[in-house]
Design a protein around this ligand. Structure first.
Ligand code: BJW
Ligand code: ZN
Length: 248
């Protein structure tokens, strides 16, 4: 990462009236939460997304899917936000207007002090009924040896409760997606952090900013399809680059 790029990025952020922060799994990596597609450590290296992250998978084996998400929720509860989340909350606090849009289903932005992040892919902490859609209160449920956990039944209709996340083939929550697109279209600067930019329609968000004449700054240790959209590419880990950016 070149100092001159860091300086230019810091100046653009200081001068911006409206900022969007767009994040993916990479921002939580240094808290100990695995990403999806990183070689060796990514979740999709070890688990088949078709068996765990589709509505069909839940229909076929609700206990397998519910157990997998319960395990991930417990893992998130055991970790803390990192210096990257905290630096993003500091950028948000300083900016006249700032919207955080995350693809992540953890709550680490909130716990680092971000006000009301938009969760494009839902949340580990918002289970709902798989049939009637009503939100559900869920107590901890017992895990079996193979990681399966039978999901509790809905109080209203008895159907199994499902994780409140967006699986492949499902629509994103319309209000969240519309708010994210509007913020991206109207911002001066969008900072994209720790996303591979391959999952749609979320990956369109930085493209919207670029098309509307805004500036995109990317923080990622590796190249992504968003490299060509970004005016500045800050190559490095979020928990290192972002604190350096805010202390410029
Ligand atoms: C670091 C770092 C460090 C590492 N610091 N950085 C157009 C073309 C092709 C396909 C499609 C298309 N439009 C739609 C599709 C289909 C599909 C899709 O996009 N597929 C592609 C993968 C090919 N999309 C959908 O199905 C979506 N729904 C949809 O389109 O519905 C249509 C519809 C309309 C109306 C009615 C009905 C239907 C839904 C997508 C839902 C995605 N869900 C998941 C799982 C959520 C729940 C869970 O967590 O289990 O969301 S998949 C997974 O990917 C998760 C993530 O939010 C998402 C994005 O991943 P992310 O965050 O970018 O992580 P990685 O691992 O990919 O990247 C990490 C990055 O961090 C890397 O770049 C690293 O370098 C970097 N990194 N360490 C900073 N320390
Ligand atoms: Zn129900």
């Amino acid at each position: 990462m070149r100092d001159i790029d860091l300086r230019e990025a810091a100046d653009l952020i200081d001068r911006a009236e409206r900022i969007v922060i767009f994040t993916g799994a990479g921002v939580s990596a240094e808290s100990g939460i695995p990403t999806f597609r990183d070689a060796l450590t990514g979740l999709w290296e070890r688990f088949d997304p078709r068996r765990l992250a589709t509505p069909e998978a839940f229909g076929d084996d609700p206990a397998l899917v519910w157990g997998w998400y319960e395990g991930r929720r417990a893992a998130v509860e055991r970790v803390e936000p990192n210096a990257g989340h905290r630096a993003l909350a500091a950028i948000e606090q300083r900016a006249p207007e700032c919207v955080v849009v995350t693809q992540n289903i953890d709550d680490l932005h909130e716990r680092a002090g971000s006000k009301e992040p938009i969760h494009l892919h839902g949340s580990l902490f918002a289970p709902r009924c798989s049939a009637c859609g009503r939100p559900a209160e869920v107590e901890g449920t017992a895990e079996t040896d193979d990681g399966r956990v039978t999901p509790p039944p809905c109080d209203h209709c008895g159907a199994p409760i499902r994780p409140g996340v967006v699986w492949f083939g499902e629509a994103l929550p319309a209000d969240a997606f519309e708010a994210a697109v509007a913020a991206a279209a109207n911002c001066d600067v969008l900072i994209t952090v720790g996303t591979s930019g391959v999952v749609f329609p979320a990956a369109e968000i930085p493209q919207v900013t670029a098309r509307m004449g805004g500036t995109v700054i990317q923080v990622n240790p590796d190249p992504t399809p968003l490299d060509s959209v970004a005016r500045i590419n800050l190559r490095g880990a979020a928990a290192e680059v972002l604190p350096a950016l805010v202390s410029m």
